[in-house]
Structures are given as structure tokens and as C-alpha cells.
Design a protein around this ligand. Structure first.
Ligand SMILES: Nc1nc2c(c(=O)[nH]1)N[C@H]1C(S)=C(S)[C@@H](COP(=O)(O)OP(=O)(O)OC[C@H]3O[C@@H](n4cnc5c(=O)[nH]c(N)nc54)[C@H](O)[C@@H]3O)O[C@H]1N2
Ligand SMILES: Nc1nc2c(c(=O)[nH]1)N[C@H]1C(S)=C(S)[C@@H](COP(=O)(O)OP(=O)(O)OC[C@H]3O[C@@H](n4cnc5c(=O)[nH]c(N)nc54)[C@H](O)[C@@H]3O)O[C@H]1N2
Ligand code: SF4
Ligand SMILES: [Mo]
Length: 833
């Protein structure tokens, strides 16, 4: 591991830079390759975010690279349900024909995309966007729509962007349903947690029904009853207002609507709500006072509340906590940030993207440069999409239009919605689309129906919905009901087993890849990762897979591509001009920008980095939208220079680049809202807050007396990215955790087995007795119970651990975001002989 490494920088030629793909931190790694094995792995000290840190998980990443379930040929399902290997041309052409047929008969909007679940491969999202645009597909989703959409909805209403905390410099940090010791999610999580715990002037507050590793380090552990966070947070806010601990100056200067919120909070019955959530009133008051007294404070909410009752309400209350105490826009507090590429775009979603007016202003600047380029280009006789020579004024206008349109296309919703054409509700059930994503809980209902607008086809990339979505049995039924299912994956997954075609992708160490979890502040980081190995024979990078499908569809006029290729051969400036001109002449090109760039600029990039071509557009958009922050990061100059410099740096820097350097004053410019004020009153949620007195806070029954938290992050879980159970050093079988009192009553001990039964299904599991759990609460880890191809008997492959979503359901869901209650599944346990 990093801290055991000698201090000098690596000199060995064979250490190659890349990143860990097992969680959203994407810590920088250095890897030595032997043959096709990832032989030695250590943290990359030069990585601008992780600085050499890693946890224990990536050390055996070879279990991913050389996974037992890798596929090496396109597969087509035969009549009898078995799979036959077909060559790439056959697979691509047949898929193109079938997609076209579905589009012609039912409309492109019936082709549903589910993609981008992986923790390290986001590039397919960019190319998937091109395919969606070519097909006229409207609906899209991924795992974010079973966790983050409630928070995104609240963010959208409060300030219109994604917030994160400067935990590293915060005096008090509150973790709400979040166990960063295991799940990380911010750089160097464990060292940061240890630093806070060791400092007598700092404090940690943890709200979690389980005494987690993080809670063990905390000064205040509010061990709520599962599913009762709404009462706990309402009580904390009640204390804030009733003891007058709020930051009045901040509330007056920076918020709107507080007069609707504060009177409600002044009436919260703190003692009663403390009883409802099972935490002593004294502890709630003490923790709240500590939070309010801090010079700087941050909060982090995650699955413990996002996949539990009242999740969107709790997100809102969480944000009120730091807003009413003025913890925004200073070191150690919360911030909104820039993005190179947003992982979720659309209306109320997260991610900062250039507003049309900002982009337009920036384009005006860029236009000056473009006209010069135009003159040169024209002088050199480069054809400009057939429009040469073009007068200056026209070019200015072209660039402006192109940049305006590129804003949502390239920066805002590269990985998700199709710009302004995105729908607001789903076609069959009318469920709300948040951040461009349809709720995961609605997917099966959008398919298993006679409704004429039902989804007919599903394109699935780097996700495993037949395993990761609630009620996986019904999801499998839905997949079987579709006319066409295409799966792009490295492994023969549970979802692949339900596809008509499976297309084998190169792994993340065999191709150019990048990650768009670019959430940091004030130094925001982006790493383009170079391949360590050639693609395994038979596999292709997704950029190539998508481009082949798009070529087969004849998505873009070959003459246009040919002209752009000539321009690209002349130089970057000529290319910029030609690209913007072509895009202005035919705006539909922008929807397919990633593909167009791959086919043109991509062919001229050094190191065979064709896949990275789409980042040229992202770099320009980022530079145009955040000119000062990008300049501070070192990418400056007139017109299109900053974007070009940033793109070159992204291509060259193997440890990643800092693409924006913000100052704390800048955070306010990311706030959307009148006078950049936070809109703190959200009427529907204030109504829910008012109703808490009467609302139920328990959903267990005599038949199902336990609360199962289905999906705990542990030392050796990583969703289903690594499928081989031998990867796990500990807890190979993913035991069910249970309190000593409950274990005694059931008559089981650690290592024993029980049967767990829920409304949806049943499973057998090993048991681990632990005093970290309160009676009545049981937990199972996520990512287990995948099919084992090496031990397959007929149609029922063996599984290690519980496939959680055979136990979960879609019935219990958040009323706004539709997110499932994975953390609150009523269950019963039966001892096994
Ligand atoms: N090791 C590891 N790390 C990961 C991942 C992984 O698979 N393995 N996955 C990554 C992904 S995709 C995500 S989204 C994040 C998730 O990261 P986390 O949200 O931190 O992960 P969880 O362990 O699912 O849930 C967090 C906590 O919620 C608590 N909890 C359960 N019920 C309740 C409740 O009713 N109220 C409250 N307040 N808390 C409750 C649990 O006890 C648990 O400690 O982790 C990322 N990091
Ligand atoms: N019950 C329950 N269900 C849950 C959760 C829970 O806590 N409880 N957690 C939820 C959460 S927060 C999340 S994020 C989701 C995660 O669920 P999904 O979004 O479905 O993601 P993964 O299980 O990580 O699947 C990633 C897929 O990408 C594939 N893959 C890996 N590398 C590549 C590559 O380079 N190219 C391609 N094309 N594919 C690749 C892997 O083989 C794997 O099949 O699960 C959700 N489901
Ligand atoms: S699993 Fe997450 S925290 Fe651990 S090394 Fe990988 S990216 Fe970093
Ligand atoms: Mo997640």
C-alpha cells in the first residue's frame, strides 16, 4: 500500500498509472503488468486527489481484469435460449437492423437506455448519447435513480446544483446514513476520519442505526431506529430554531422563503420526536449545539437515508441543517462546484453546467478567435462543410449557436438525457423523470403492460439491472418481455443471461477510460486513464462498439465526416472552425458529438487515444463556462486557447489534471436562483414535515418483524464489479449480521445458517452475530449472490451469498423520487437445522 512505499517517486518504467474502479473515489493507482496479469498494485502519490492513498480493495484487482466470467466474443441468443458466438460484423449489423425496425414501427422513444452504472467507466455514456440521439431515444436511467434522485430533486429546488462538503477542513462533520470508513466517497476518507477523531477541537456526528466503524470514531452517535431519520432531523432543526442557534445574517442575506420554514420548526415537539427516533433528547440537543457552534460544518447523506422511508424529506431536512447554520461557501463548509462532464444532466438534476447566457457570453469571446481562424483556414483552402468562404459575422453567429447548443449536449447531459428533448414523466406510469433519469422502480412497469407506448427495447451498458434493481425476479420478467435486449459488458452477468445480444467490452485497463465523479473543490480533478494492456482478443472498447453501430445505421453523412477529418488533419484550429460551422449548418450533429469527434478528430490524436476525442468538446465547454477557474488551473489565453490547452493536458497527464481552481468566492456563482439566494421553502416537503406527528414510523408486522438493511457496504464489497468470491479476503459468503439478543432468541451463532423471508422472496444465509446492531435490525452486504459460471448445473447456477434483490420490492418507494427502501425491508428469520 502507499504508506509502505519508499518516499522517492517511482523510477521503474514498468509502473503504469491508472485508477481504482471499485468506488467513486477512483483513487490513482500504479500497476505493474506481467503478461496479462495486474501483478503489483500501489497508490499513485502524484494523483492530485488521492495522493497515494488506497484502501484494501484494489490490491487484488486482477480478479476483475482476469475475471472468471469474461466474455471474448459477441453472443447471440438462439431459439432454445442458449448462446452462440457470432462475429462482430454479424452482431453489429443484426442489431442495427433490429433497432431500426423497432424505431420505424414503434418510434425511437420506445428504445430505453440503461447505462453508466460502473464506478470507473463513464466514457460509454458519452458514446451512448450519440446512439440515443441517432435513434431518437428519449428515456434513460441508471443506478442513480435508485439512490440520488431524491437528493437531486431537493438540490434542484434549493440552489440548482450538486453540493459536497470540504470534509477535510471541516470542524464538525455529520454523516447521515453514510459509513465512509467502508464506502469512502471522498478522497482519503480513512485518514480524514482519523484526523477528525484525533483532534479535540473537531467532532464527528453519525446518524446511523448501526454502530459502524465511522460511528466508533464519532463523538456523537445518534443511533436512530431504522427508518426514523425524519423525526431525528426535524428534532435537530427544532433545537436549532427553538434555542436560536441559526445564523440570522446568512439566512437574511442568502436565502428566500425562510419565513415559511422557521415557524414550522419552532413548533417541532423535540422530546416527542426524540422518542419517535429512539435517540435521547439530551444527545440530540448536544449534537445540534456542537454543530451550530462550529466555525465550519459539513454533512454527508447517503444510502442509509436515500434508500429508506421519507428519503426526499430527509434530504431536505439535512440541507436545511447546514443552510440555517450558514455553512456554505467558506473553507470547511459545503460548496457547489464546476464539472468537466456532468454524470447526470437535465432539469432539476445535479452538476453545474453553463447556462445558455454564460455560454453565449463565452462564445462571443471565442468568436473573436474563430474569425481569425476562419481567415487562416479559408486562406489555406480547408473546406468548411461546403460553406467556404464564410464571412466573419456569419462565423461569429455560427460559433455562438453551436456553443449554445453544445452546452446541454456536451457538458450538461453527456451521460444522460438528450438535451431539451428529455421527457418530464415516463410514458406509461407517468412517474417523474428527475435529472434525466426515470425511477428504477418504474422500469418493469414501463415494460410489462399492453400500453402502446411501452418500452420495446433496452440497451444496457456497464450495469447489471437484473441483479441490482429491486425485485430482480420481476425485472428479469420485464427483460424477457422486450423485443430486443442488448448488453455491453465485460462479464457474462445475470443481465447478460437475459439478452438477445451480448457485446464483450474491453476492461477498464485495456482501453482509454475516464471517470466523471468530478466533485472536488477548490481543486477539481479529472483523470483520463491510458490502457495498460491491449484489449483481450474478441473484445472492443465501447467507443468502437458504438461507432460501429452508428456507422451501420448511417447516422451521420459520410461526406461531412470526411470533410471534418481533412480539417482535423490540418490542425486543431481548423478543426474547431470546421466543426462549429458544420454543427451550425446541421445542429443534429451536436447530439452525436462524441461519435462525430471519434470519427474525425479522434483519428489524429496521439497514442491511439481516439476514444478520448469527445473530451475535446467537454474541455471547450468547461473552459467557456468557467473561464476564471480554468485559467487559474493554468489553462488560459484568448478564444479557444484555454479549452485546447485543457484538452492537451487531459491527454498528456497520466495522473490526472486539476481542471478548475476555484476560490471560495466563486461558489456563489454556481448557485441558481433569484439573486443567487437559496430557495429554502419547498412547499410539498414542508407539508410532509408538518404531517410527521401523525405519520407512521414503523412498517414491520407480526409476519415480518425485522428490518433488513439490504445492501451494506463492507471491506470487500464493490457492487458486482468483481464477481469472483475468492477476491474477498474476509466475509467470503457475505454473512447476515444480527444482534446478540436476536441471535440468542433464534438459537443461532456466528457461522450458523438461517432462512430469511420477505414479502418478495426467501434465501438462506450464513450469520454473523455482532453487538454493532440493535435488536430488530439485520443487515446483508451488497453485490453478492452472482451466478457462478464455473459451477453451473442446468439453468440454476450456484451463488455465493444472497442476491439481495430477490428479497426487495418496488412497492415501498419514495413518494417523490420513487427510490426503493432497500434499507428498510420487513423480514423474518427462520433457524435452519
Ligand atoms: N466497500 C464498498 N464501498 C462502496 C461501494 C461498495 O459496494 N463497497 N459502493 C459505492 C456506492 S455505489 C455507493 S452508492 C456508496 C454507498 O455508501 P453508504 O451509503 O455509506 O453505504 P451503505 O453501507 O449502503 O449505507 C450506509 C449506512 O446506512 C446505514 N443505515 C441503514 N438504515 C439506516 C437508516 O434507517 N437511517 C440511517 N441514518 N442510516 C441507516 C447503514 O447502517 C450503513 O452504515 O458506497 C460506495 N462505496
Ligand atoms: N438491494 C440493494 N440493491 C442495490 C443497492 C443496495 O444497497 N441494495 N445499491 C444500489 C446502488 S447504490 C448501486 S450504485 C447499484 C449498482 O448496480 P449497477 O449499476 O447495476 O452496477 P454494478 O453492479 O456495479 O454493475 C456494473 C457492471 O459493469 C460491468 N463492467 C465492469 N467494467 C466494465 C467495462 O469496462 N465496460 C462495460 N461495458 N461493463 C463493465 C460489470 O461486469 C458489471 O456487470 O446497485 C444498487 N442496488
Ligand atoms: S475502493 Fe475506493 S477508496 Fe478504495 S482504493 Fe478503490 S477508489 Fe480508493
Ligand atoms: Mo451507488
Amino acid at each position: 500500500m502507499s504508506h509502505e512505499q519508499p518516499d522517492q517517486l517511482p523510477t521503474d518504467q514498468d509502473w503504469r498509472k491508472t485508477a481504482c474502479i471499485l468506488c467513486e473515489c477512483n483513487c490513482g493507482l500504479e500497476i505493474k503488468v506481467e503478461g496479462r496479469r495486474l501483478a503489483k498494485i500501489r497508490g499513485d502519490k502524484q494523483h492530485p486527489a488521492s495522493a497515494g492513498y488506497t484502501c484494501e480493495k484494489p490490491l487484488r484487482l486482477d480478479h476483475y481484469q482476469n475475471g472468471r466470467d469474461r466474455i471474448t466474443s459477441p453472443l447471440r441468443r438462439a431459439e432454445d435460449g442458449s448462446y452462440e458466438e457470432v462475429d462482430w460484423d454479424t452482431a453489429i449489423n443484426e442489431i442495427a437492423v433490429r433497432l431500426q425496425a423497432i424505431r420505424n414501427e414503434h418510434g425511437g422513444e420506445t428504445i430505453f437506455f440503461y447505462a453508466g452504472g460502473g464506478q470507473g467507466n463513464h466514457v460509454p455514456g458519452a458514446y451512448g448519447q450519440s446512439l440515443r440521439a441517432a435513434l431518437g431515444s428519449r428515456y434513460y436511467s441508471n443506478a442513480l435513480a435508485q439512490e440520488k434522485t431524491g437528493e437531486m430533486w431537493v438540490d434542484g429546488r434549493l440552489y440548482g446544483g450538486h453540493t459536497k462538503g470540504d470534509f477535510e477542513h471541516s470542524e464538525v462533520v455529520l454523516f447521515l446514513g453514510k459509513n465512509p470508513w467502508q464506502s469512502h466517497s471522498f478522497p482519503r476518507s480513512r485518514p480524514v476520519l482519523k484526523e477528525i477523531a484525533a483532534d479535540p477541537n473537531r467532532a464527528m456526528i453519525v446518524i446511523d442505526p448501526r454502530r459502524t466503524e465511522t460511528a466508533d470514531l464519532a463523538e456523537f452517535h445518534l443511533q436512530v431506529r431504522p427508518g426514523t431519520d425524519a423525526w431525528c432531523l426535524a428534532a435537530m432543526l427544532g433545537v436549532l430554531v427553538q434555542e436560536d442557534l441559526i445564523d440570522h445574517e446568512f439566512v437574511t442575506e442568502h436565502t428566500a422563503g425562510a419565513d415559511e420554514v422557521l415557524p414550522l420548526l419552532s413548533r417541532v415537539p423535540v422530546r416527542e420526536y426524540a422518542d419517535r427516533c429512539g435517540v435521547s433528547e439530551d444527545l440530540i440537543r448536544a449534537a445540534t449545539r456542537r454543530f451550530a457552534a462550529a466555525a465550519s460544518a459539513t454533512t454527508y447523506e447517503d444510502l442509509g437515508i436515500q434508500q429508506a422511508p421519507n428519503s426526499t424529506l430527509v434530504s431536505y431536512l439535512n440541507k436545511l441543517l447546514w443552510i440555517l447554520t450558514g455553512n456554505f461557501g467558506r473553507p470547511g463548509t459545503m460548496y457547489l462546484h464546476s464539472s468537466l462532464v456532468s454524470i447526470a444532466g437535465g432539469g432539476s438534476g445535479s452538476g453545474t453546467r453553463p447556462t445558455p447566457s454564460r455560454a453565449r457570453r463565452a462564445a462571443a469571446l471565442a468568436g473573436a478567435k474563430l474569425t481569425t481562424v476562419a481567415a487562416q483556414t479559408v486562406a489555406h483552402g480547408v473546406p468548411l462543410a461546403g460553406r467556404s468562404p464564410v464571412p466573419d459575422g456569419v462565423l461569429n453567429a455560427l460559433a455562438r449557436t453551436a456553443v449554445d447548443r453544445m452546452a446541454p449536449m456536451l457538458s450538461g447531459s453527456l451521460a444522460t438525457g438528450v438535451g431539451s428533448k428529455g421527457a418530464r414523466t415516463t410514458p406509461v406510469t407517468g412517474a417523474p423523470v428527475i435529472g434525466g433519469l426515470i425511477p428504477c422502480n418504474s422500469i418493469a412497469d414501463e415494460i410489462l403492460t399492453d400500453h402502446p407506448d411501452r418500452f420495446r427495447a433496452m440497451w444496457i451498458d456497464s450495469s447489471n439491472p437484473a441483479h441490482s434493481l429491486p425485485d430482480s425476479g420481476r425485472m428479469a420478467e420485464a427483460l424477457r418481455a422486450l423485443d430486443l435486449v442488448v448488453v455491453v459488458d465485460v462479464a457474462f452477468t445475470e443481465t447478460a443471461r437475459l439478452a438477445d445480444y451480448v457485446l464483450p467490452a474491453a476492461t477498464q485497463y485495456e482501453k482509454w477510460e475516464a471517470t466523471f465523479f468530478n466533485f472536488e473543490f477548490p481543486h477539481n480533478v479529472f483523470q483520463l486513464r491510458a490502457p495498460l494492456l491491449d484489449p483481450l482478443p474478441g473484445t472492443l472498447p465501447e467507443s468502437e462498439i458504438y461507432s460501429r453501430v452508428l456507422r451501420a445505421l448511417g447516422a451521420v453523412n459520410p461526406d461531412v465526416l470526411a470533410r471534418l477529418r481533412i480539417a482535423a488533419g490540418t490542425g486543431r484550429d481548423a478543426f474547431a472552425l470546421a466543426f462549429f460551422a458544420a454543427a451550425a449548418a446541421d445542429p443534429s450533429l451536436l447530439g452525436q458529438a462524441a461519435y462525430v469527434l471519434h470519427e474525425t478528430l479522434g483519428t489524429t490524436l496521439p497514442d491511439d487515444a481516439r476514444t478520448a476525442a469527445f473530451l475535446w468538446g467537454a474541455a471547450h465547454m468547461c473552459a467557456l463556462a468557467n473561464p476564471d477557474a480554468v485559467a487559474r488551473a493554468g489553462y488560459d489565453g484568448p478564444g479557444l486557447r484555454p479549452g485546447e490547452k485543457l484538452f492537451d493536458a487531459i491527454l498528456a497527464e497520466r495522473s490526472g489534471v486539476t481542471f478548475t481552481v476555484d476560490t471560495w468566492d466563486d461558489v456563489w456563482q454556481y448557485v441558481r436562483g433569484k439573486d443567487r439566494r437559496f430557495t429554502v421553502a419547498i412547499p410539498s416537503l414542508l407539508e410532509s414535515l408538518g404531517d410527521l406527528d401523525e405519520a407512521p414510523s414503523s412498517w414491520t408486522t407480526e409476519e415480518f418483524p425485522f428490518v433488513l438493511a439490504a445492501g451494506e457496504r463492507r471491506a470487500f464489497t464493490a457492487n458486482t464489479i468483481i464477481r469472483d468470491p475468492d477476491w474477498r479476503r474476509r466475509d467470503r459468503n457475505g454473512a447476515l449480521r444480527i444482534s446478540p439478543a436476536d441471535a440468542q432468541q433464534l438459537g443461532v451463532e456466528t457461522g450458523g445458517r438461517v432462512r430469511i423471508v420477505t414479502e418478495t422472496g426467501a434465501a438462506e444465509t450464513e450469520v454473523e452475530v455482532t453487538d454493532t446492531l440493535q435488536p430488530g435490525h439485520i443487515t446483508l452486504p451488497n453485490g453478492m449472490g452472482v451466478d457462478d459460471p464455473t459451477n453451473e448445473a442446468g439453468n440454476s447456477p450456484t451463488r455465493v451469498g444472497v442476491a439481495l434483490n430477490t428479497l426487495t420490492g418496488t412497492r415501498h418507494r419514495d413518494p417523490i423520487a420513487g427510490t426503493p427502501w432497500h434499507k428498510y425491508v420487513p423480514a423474518r428469520l427462520e433457524p435452519l437445522p
